[in-house]
Design a protein around this ligand. Structure first.
Ligand code: GLC
Ligand code: CA
Length: 551
C-alpha cells in the first residue's frame, strides 16, 4: 500500500498542473528570433482560457528571465530584480502576470541561488580586492601552493571548479561554468540579499519559485579533496562528498520556507539531484519546514519500464514525509525529451500517449515541458547550430540540452509560427505535422489526449489529491494502480490506471473488486473508449487505460 501523503486542506499546487516555459523558445513577438514576454502573453489563451479548447494548465514555471550574459541561457544572472531586454521589461512582466492571473493561471519564477553571472555587480566587487565590501560573498580560496588549486573539485559542466583571479591572487569556486561563480551561503549578507530578491518578486505577485541546483548551496569551506570513484569523465570520477550537499543547505531551505509565512500562497519547488543524501525526499525536511515539492530525477531519467515506475511508487513516493507532495515530471530543459527517451527501441508515439496517462494519474503534481503535449522531438542539430556550452563541450558523445530546447511549434507555416525572423535554434524537423494548429483540430492527436486527461484529472478528487495503491497484475510488464478519495457525500471515488509497457498485446486479469466500472479512456486511438470492463482485458502494445471503478 502506497499512500500519497495527505495534507489537511489541500493547497492549490497539489491539484495544479504546471507547464514549464523556456522563454527563449516559446513565442517571439518582435522577429529577433528569440522568444519574449509579450510573445508568451499573446499565447496565454493556448494554456488556459477557461474553455475546453485550451490546454487547461493551472500554473506556469518560467525558466530565468533576468538580465544575463546568457552564457548558460539565463542561469547566469547579472541582476535578480529586472528582466533581460531580450525578453522585455519589468512592465511587460507585470502585464504578463496580470493577464495570467486573470485567467486563473499562476506564475512561478526560477530562482538561481547557487551562483550568479561573473558580470553581476556583487562579483565584480568581490573579485576587485580582498578588502572590498563584498569580498566574502563568493567562495574564495588560496592555492595549496604555487600553481596548485585549493582542491581537486570538478565542475558539473567540465574542468576544474577553480579559476584563478589575478587581482585578488586567489581562486574562486564555480560548480558549473567559469562564468557562474558560486555564492558563499555561509555568509549571512548573501542570504539577506537573496531573500530580498525573493520578496521583490513575491511582492509583485508571483506564486512561488523553482529553486535551481539546490544541492550545491552548502559546501565544506575547508576545501577537502573529494574521494575518487569510477566514472566516465572528470565530474563523475569523484564522489561529491565535500563540494555539495552539506547539512547547511537544509538550514538555508528552512530560512526560505520561513520567509513564506508572509506569503502563504507561494510554493517552493526544488531541483535536487538523485544521489543527494537521503534522496530528493530529504528536501521536504519534516514535511512542513523545507520545500513543498521536489523534482525527482529518477523519473526524469527513467527508461520505459514498468518496474521503474513501480519502484517510483513503492520507494520514492513513500519516502516523502507527511506534508510533502510528489512531483511527476518526465522532461525539462536539461534532459532529452521523454518521447525520444522512451521511444528508443519501441513505438515512440504510443509510448508518449501512455506516458501522458501516467503523468496525469500518478500521485503527485504533474509538470509539462513546453511542446511535449505536441509530441515535439529532440531536434537533430549540427555542431555549428549548437548554442549551449555544455552541449558543445560533450558533443557528440552526449545528447546535450539544445536538442530539447528548439522553438515551440505553433503551426505548419514558415518557422513554425514561432518567429518571423531567424530562430535562435532551428525548428525541429517534424513541425509540419507536430504543431498546435493541426493537432488542435485532430481528436486523435497527442494534444487532444493531453487536454482530455487534464480535464479528466480536474474533475476527479481521486486523481488529484487521492491516495494511491498498487494493484497486483500477473503480467510484470503492466503497471496497475488505483487512486481513491473520500468524497464529501461519504462515497469513495476510485480510479484505476493500467499501462502495458511491452511491445506485445497483454491479457490483464482484472481483480474481482474492479469488475464494476467503466473505461473512461484508452491511449490507443484504435481502441474503443467507452464501455464496460471484463474479467480479462486485452491491452494493445504500450496501451494505457483509465477506468472508473463503480462500487
Ligand atoms: C540547473 C538548471 C540548468 C543550469 C544549471 C546551472 O540544473 O536546470 O539549466 O544549467 O542548474 O544553473
Ligand atoms: Ca523576441
Amino acid at each position: 500500500m502506497v499512500d500519497a501523503p495527505r495534507v489537511p486542506g489541500n493547497s492549490w499546487w497539489q491539484s495544479a498542473v504546471f507547464y514549464q516555459i523556456y522563454p527563449w523558445s516559446f513565442k517571439d513577438s518582435n522577429g529577433d528570433g528569440i522568444g519574449d514576454l509579450q510573445g508568451i502573453q499573446s499565447r496565454l489563451n493556448y494554456l488556459r482560457d477557461g474553455t475546453p479548447a485550451s490546454l487547461g494548465v493551472d500554473a506556469v514555471w518560467l525558466s530565468p528571465i533576468y538580465p544575463s550574459p546568457m552564457k548558460d541561457f539565463g542561469y547566469d544572472v547579472s541582476d535578480y530584480c529586472s528582466v533581460d531586454p531580450r525578453f522585455g521589461t519589468l512592465s511587460d512582466f507585470d502585464s504578463l502576470l496580470r493577464e495570467a492571473h486573470r485567467r486563473g493561471l499562476r506564475v512561478i519564477m526560477d530562482l538561481v541561488l547557487n551562483h550568479t553571472s561573473d558580470q553581476h555587480p556583487w562579483f565584480i566587487d568581490s573579485r576587485s580586492s580582498r578588502n572590498s565590501p563584498k569580498a566574502d560573498w563568493y567562495c574564495w580560496a588560496d592555492g595549496r601552493s604555487l600553481f596548485r588549486r585549493p582542491s581537486n573539485w570538478n565542475a558539473r559542466f567540465g574542468g576544474s571548479s577553480w579559476t584563478w583571479e589575478p587581482t585578488r591572487r586567489q581562486y574562486y569556486l564555480h560548480s558549473f561554468l567559469k562564468k557562474q561563480p558560486d555564492l558563499n551561503w555561509q555568509h549571512p549578507p548573501v542570504r539577506e540579499a537573496m531573500w530580498d530578491v525573493a520578496r521583490f518578486w513575491l511582492d509583485r505577485g508571483v506564486d512561488g519559485f523553482r529553486l535551481d541546483a539546490i544541492n550545491w548551496l552548502g559546501k565544506d569551506l575547508r576545501w577537502p579533496d573529494n574521494p575518487f570513484r569510477f566514472g566516465w569523465r572528470g565530474y563523475t570520477r569523484q564522489e561529491h562528498r565535500y563540494d555539495r550537499d552539506q547539512p547547511v543547505t537544509h538550514e538555508i531551505m528552512k530560512e526560505l520556507r520561513q520567509l513564506l509565512s508572509a506569503y502563504p500562497h507561494a510554493v517552493l519547488i526544488g531541483e535536487a539531484a538523485a544521489d543527494t543524501p537521503g534522496g530528493p525526499a530529504a528536501f521536504y525536511g519534516q514535511g512542513d519546514d523545507e520545500l513543498h515539492l521536489v523534482f525527482d530525477f529518477r523519473l526524469l531519467k527513467s527508461p520505459w519500464r514498468a518496474d521503474r515506475f513501480r519502484q517510483f511508487l513503492t520507494d520514492h513516493v513513500s519516502a516523502i514525509p507527511k506534508g510533502g507532495w510528489a512531483t511527476i515530471v518526465f522532461s525539462n530543459h536539461d534532459q532529452p525529451r521523454h518521447i525520444d527517451r522512451y521511444g528508443q527501441d519501441g513505438d515512440a508515439d504510443a509510448r508518449a500517449r501512455a506516458a501522458a496517462l501516467l503523468l496525469f494519474t500518478l500521485p503527485g503534481t504533474p509538470f509539462l515541458y513546453y511542446g511535449e503535449e505536441l509530441g515535439m522531438r529532440n531536434a537533430k542539430l549540427r555542431y555549428r547550430e549548437l548554442r549551449d556550452p555544455y552541449t558543445k563541450r560533450f558533443w557528440p558523445f552526449r545528447p546535450g540540452r539544445d536538442p530539447a530546447r528548439t522553438p515551440m511549434q505553433w503551426d505548419a507555416s514558415y518557422q513554425a509560427g514561432f518567429t518571423t525572423g531567424r530562430p535562435w535554434l532551428p525548428i525541429a524537423a517534424q513541425s509540419a505535422e507536430l504543431n498546435v494548429a493541426d493537432e488542435a483540430t485532430d481528436p486523435r492527436s497527442l494534444l487532444s489526449l493531453y487536454k482530455r486527461l487534464i480535464e479528466q484529472r480536474r474533475a476527479s478528487h481521486a486523481l488529484t489529491v487521492g491516495g494511491c495503491s498498487l494493484v497486483q497484475a500477473e503480467a510484470s510488464d503492466c503497471l496497475l494502480y488505483e487512486r481513491m478519495a473520500q468524497l464529501e457525500d461519504g462515497t469513495t471515488e476510485r480510479m484505476l490506471t493500467m499501462v502495458n509497457f511491452s511491445e506485445r498485446q497483454v491479457d490483464v486479469t482484472v481483480p474481482q473488486s474492479v469488475l464494476h466500472g467503466r473505461v473512461l479512456l484508452s491511449t490507443n486511438p484504435a481502441s474503443v473508449d467507452a464501455g464496460r470492463i471484463s474479467r480479462c482485458m486485452k491491452l494493445a502494445p504500450n496501451e494505457g487505460r483509465l477506468i472508473q471503478i463503480l462500487n
